[in-house]
Design a protein around this ligand. Sequence first.
Ligand code: T1G
Length: 689
Amino acid sequence: MGSINASVDLRRDGDVAVITVDNPPVNALKHEVRAGLVEAMQQAHDDAAVKAVVIACAGRTFFAGADITEFGKPPQAPSLHDVIAAIEAIPKPVVAALHGTALGGGFELALACHFRVAAPSARVGLPEVKLGLLPGAGGTQRLPRLVGPEKALQIIVTGEPIGAAEARGDGIIDEIVEGNLTAAAIDLARLIVREGRPLRLVRDREEKLIGEGFADAAEALTRRLRGREAPAACVEAVRNAIVLPFDQGLNRESELFRELVAGDQSRAQRHVFFAEREAAKVPDMPDATRPRPIALGAVIGAGTMGGGIAMCFANAGIPVTIVETGRDLLQKGLDRVAANYRTTVSRGGLAADEMERRMGLITGATELEALGGADVVIEAVFEEMDVKKRVFADLDRVAKPGTLLATNTSTLDVDAIARATARPQDALGMHFFSPANVMRLLEIVRGAQTSFESLATAIALGRRLGKVSAIVGVCYGFVGNRMLARRSVETERLLLEGALPQEIDAAVAGFGFPMGPCAMMDLAGLDVGWRIRQGRGEHALIEDALCEAGHYGQKTGKGYFRYEAGSRTPLPDPEVENIILETSSRLGINRRPIGEAEIVERMILPMINEGARILEEGIAARPGDIDVIWVYGYGWPVWRGGPMYYADRLGLGHISDRLTFYADRSRDESLRPAPLLARLAAEGRGFAS
Ligand code: T1G
């Protein structure tokens, strides 16, 4: 007994063998861990004095799954299947002690044990589908045997973990224990030996394998997952648990896993997994930098964005004050927040008492002085520079020293706003996406004078608010909106040259976006862009004509599409077609049929080109940051990895040729390949290299 290797320790506690794994930060089941587990199980098996085994992990969590960095590399024995076989082969009770997040292969390992105890805060789940995979170590065969096929499918296809209490209710967890978890697991192991309880493996349980309702559940769960391979594989594998003997189901699961792990979709989703974790890192930030504590927040402006941001604070348990200029506007904003919460409660997404608790964390005020004690203030007022500068000058007067001053501007110059204060080092942008309480992306805009401490504070706050943060520099529209503007220009051109809104949206949806550009603009409101263009003296001929005709989008029941009362379904609108045809003929344009491939190219390639400029200017530090921004903020299909990842798959040489073709044809020099793209294409390299 003793340490098996650097990650696995085996000790005896009386007649119980205790295996403890310590592979920070999340006890991923890397090769060394698997080898150590197999060796430890063998020793426990061979030692006659050992009557039971406990498997536990040190650090912040039980195994959080297989080591994702090992995927795509030659497999090293023993595999996780070998570890599980060793656990199932031992004729002694094996108890798993779960804390933190027992996920993927970690949860599958626990399902191979005879008993599971958990800390109250533990969560279990099979998130492989989020990596474009399915559980590959028996989870699709064992979990249905424990909780029934429908519940198992819910857990596997959503990839969302469940809490210990729910898992206890479902019979996954045998006991929830307070205090010393490993000691409790040892006590249970001893009790099982003492009582001579029968050792029943999950794999041998069939009583819950009822197929009734499975097909409907599968259809409901996968309806919105168009284009993805992994969910369909999950459904097939779980169905096999109902119709095939265990070992056959297991073999088919492994086949499906091997197909998916080698496929483009999973590679893309694994790229996004790691890019998401990189995006919140600041390459030049000194390691010693520490975030300032945030105990109290404030939001200026109770509009749609302000209310949504305040909900983020309340959802994270942070008290927040919303400041508005007048009582009526304030009450309107608070009512909108309450209505949002009530909708979530009515859909079963939140308990009524939890809603009350969160509402209790939100306070309204009409005096700026009310936010004097806040550790962070997020300004979410009208998107106008003078208004924002005035607010920041006032903030400078009332906010306490060290308060993080953030603007939620989606386009404006953060440095100019920061200079309205005497403390630009404490100012930056925190660009939330609408609806702010739902969208996970947060663009943190680093100003020229923003201090590392302020940056670290914003990054830590983003994490507490459950956001995926990406650090970007100051320019018009930052990263996401700046690239989106390229797509809007091409949308306008395509409409003038021959396409119709429904054709453009169908092509973009076919690529994998949840919504096309025209329907998206109808949701955001065409008048928002129209007012900004008027302010900048710019034009979008078709969109301007639509606005002049009262087509503001969903809010007026007509935009690029028309909407039946109470419906959000975009319907082709002959009036819009007339406006488009009329505008084309007024400009003397001979309209032509435009195919899906050309539409997709012209929606995507100019954005990639702008992404290259953004990288060249250092507005984004890594191509992966741009990918994370588009996946979490603009609906880019995660299984395509993001625009820059997609570009590398497509090949920069090809992209450069296509852009040159479109630049020559349209005589729009901004479509010509950006220097970085042209250079990398010439060198046969990609953005990632
Ligand atoms: N493999 C390798 N590295 C991992 C990892 C993993 N499974 N999980 C996390 N990391 C790294 C991560 O990149 C980061 O590194 C650091 O750990 C902290 O992570 C056979 C096939 C567990 C909920 O999908 O969801 O099992 O940036 O910042 O916010 O069926 O990490 O510090 O260098 O995310 O506290 C299934 C993935 C695998 C879980 C913790 N498991 N991980 O969140 O920390 S597939 C998963 C997470 C599988 C089997 C299959 C989260 C977390 P760095 P973090 P966190």
